[in-house]
Design a binder for this molecule. Structure first.
Ligand code: PEP
Ligand code: MG
Length: 583
């Protein structure tokens, strides 16, 4: 049994067979055969090895002709390793003794050698590891051959294990069969992680290197509460986790009774709890969990994984679906396109490759450069605004001028619609995300331009601490509890209050129980969170006394490091709610 600790991004526990997704999208298939199939499996293995060696030698010849024999020789060495009788013997032995498929046996043997090399102190050995992965891939490619499948053709439940998944790959996962995922890379608020919430599947990211330790078909446990990946669990661990699964089901059932109760503190102050969504169908999840509205609809997911930019009518249909599902009165905050950063679409005309995409032509900047695209979306949102309580939100605003430009485009679109006699809500509230430190610092001025703020802590943390939100190597720096982040939030709360501008917090921090008292104590009265977090946050709010929360916030603001802030807040939260699964 091997246990890896990473960053939990969606709670729950899943036990199931691993499906390894390598960078080419190979799925390592089933692991067992019957005794009667052993001879045929030997034959399949030999053919696979022969064909892999032929292909590598032909590539060797091409490279030798193009760049020189010495470079071709690298592939010559690969071919020799592929044909090594010792390797064949090791794989055959696993097939005949353990009745493993050729693919599974090959992977086990290669992973064993890779592990041996990785344990050597010399960092230059990393190259040999790459060679071995490459050789494995060559043979696997031939073995899987016709059976090479995409993620679209799964036919049994699996746990996806990968180095990384892009947001668009994640968005396309078939959650009927993909029950959880775990990745070596990624951070808590990377968009891949946020999508785990939209898909409602337990997930752990940022686990560091584990792929070489696991083979497709191995039984694994993804513990999305503690952030663990357990490979080949022993019997005792399996039993323990089966019990946790039952506990989670009964906890969810007990929280369900809170659905129609208000999120009201002990001393009678009501907090509004809204849901964050990425897809229209999530409105159901929000309503099931008792959301009082949609506080953030990330519309860019309409554009991702698509072959063509969605038309105005397609967008209109999506926005109308959301607002109609939520009913006439519940607010639906539709955020305009936030493409870029790690949310890249397939539309290469929109994003040229950038060296620093999170600092580049992302989000509102991209829209202000592509006015046609922006106007199409604004038309669709405005048309949908007659069906309910839609509010318009701009992402990534970093200057007052940018905000004014965006508002001007809205005015132009309104004029067009008016001339065309197309109905829309002419008083649609306009708000801005506060997710760039400059916007927080200038929030006093920003407040004069809009009717509401939504603090996007995911980006605010990233840009304040200069720590990429999706990079596991800087995950310890990327900390929402950092005093610098807290000071910026406090500043925004004061500006909003001073100018009587509504305030919402919609980053992942708002769904993290340890920050709830801090937010309440600072004066925040509206939180928009992943729908699955709503019941527990509500349960907690109903235990809090606002006076206590204010004292807690004051004390938290006195701390000097993120660690002190988090330890203090965790301790205070635990006092009120000792046995949450959330921390
Ligand atoms: C944020 O940055 O906090 C936010 C809510 O926006 P996104 O996660 O989509 O960047
Ligand atoms: Mg953001």
């Amino acid at each position: 049994m091997e246990v890896y600790r990473g960053i939990p991004v969606y709670p729950g526990v899943v036990i199931g067979p691993a499906l390894l997704l390598d960078t080419e999208g190979y799925l390592i298939p089933q692991r067992s055969i019957s005794a009667s199939e052993v001879v045929a499996e030997f034959e399949r293995l030999k053919i696979g090895i022969r064909d892999a060696a032929i292909e590598v030698r032909s590539n060797q010849a091409i490279i030798a002709a193009k760049v020189g024999t010495q470079y071709g020789a690298i592939l010559g060495a690969h071919a020799q390793m592929i044909e090594d009788p010792f390797l064949l013997g090791e794989i055959e032995s696993l097939i005949s003794k353990k009745f493993f498929t050729a693919e599974y046996a090959l992977s086990l043997v290669m992973r064993k050698h890779i592990k041996e090399i990785q344990s050597l102190p010399d960092a230059r050995m990393a190259l040999c590891v790459t060679d071995l992965f490459d050789i494995e891939k060559q043979i696997l490619g031939k073995l899987i051959g016709q059976r090479k499948e995409g993620l679209n053709s799964l036919n049994e439940p699996v746990v996806i294990l990968a180095h990384d998944l892009s947001p668009s790959e994640t968005a396309k996962l078939n959650t009927k069969l993909v029950h959880a995922f775990a990745t070596e890379a990624g951070g808590r608020t990377s968009h891949t992680s946020i999508l785990a919430g939209a898909l409602e599947i337990p997930a752990v990211v940022g686990l560091g290197r584990f792929i070489s330790e696991v083979t497709g078909g191995d039984i694994v446990i993804v513990d999305g509460n503690a952030g663990l990946l357990i490979i080949d669990p022993d019997a005792e661990t399996l039993r323990r986790y089966q019990k946790t699964q039952t506990d989670i089901v009964s906890l969810d059932a007990s929280l369900e009774s809170l659905r129609d109760l208000p999120a009201i503190t002990q001393d009678g102050v009501e907090i509004k709890l809204l849901g964050n969504i990425e897809f229209p169908h999530e409105t159901k999840h929000c309503l099931d969990k008792g959301a009082q509205g949609i506080g953030l609809y990330r519309t860019e997911f309409l554009f991702m994984g698509k072959d063509a930019v969605p038309t105005e009518d397609e967008q209109f249909a999506a926005y109308k679906e959301v607002v109609q599902a939520m009913g006439k009165d519940r607010p639906v905050v539709i955020r305009t396109l936030d493409l870029g950063g790690d949310k890249l679409s397939a539309f290469s005309n929109l994003h040229a490759p950038e060296k620093n995409p999170f600092l580049g032509l992302r989000s509102i900047r991209l829209c202000l450069r592509n006015i046609g695209l922006f106007k199409t979306q604004l038309r669709a949102i405005l048309r949908a605004s007659v069906y309910g309580n839609i509010q318009l939100l701009f992402p990534m605003i970093s200057t007052v001028l940018e905000l004014r430009q965006a508002k001007m485009i809205v005015s132009e679109v309104k004029e067009d619609l008016f001339e065309e006699k197309v109905p829309f809500n002419k008083d649609i509230p306009i708000g801005t995300m506060i997710e760039v430190p400059s916007a927080a610092i200038l929030s006093e001025l920003m407040a004069k331009e809009v009717s509401f703020f939504s603090i996007g802590t995911n980006d605010l943390v990233q840009y304040t601490l200069a720590a990429d939100r999706s990079n596991e190597d800087v995950a310890s720096l990327y900390n929402p509890g950092d005093p610098a982040v807290l000071r910026l939030i406090e500043m925004v709360v004061k500006s909003a209050k001073h100018s009587n501008v509504a305030l919402n917090v919609c980053g992942e921090m708002s769904g993290d129980l340890i920050y709830t008292m801090l937010f309440l104590g600072l004066g925040i009265r509206q939180l928009s969170v992943s729908p699955h977090s709503i019941p527990e946050i509500k349960q907690f709010i109903r235990m809090v006394n606002l006076k206590d929360a204010e004292n807690v916030a004051k004390e938290a603001m006195r701390q000097q490091t993120a660690r002190d802030v988090n330890n203090y807040l965790r301790e205070q939260t635990r006092k009120l709610m000792p046995d949450s699964l959330m921390y």
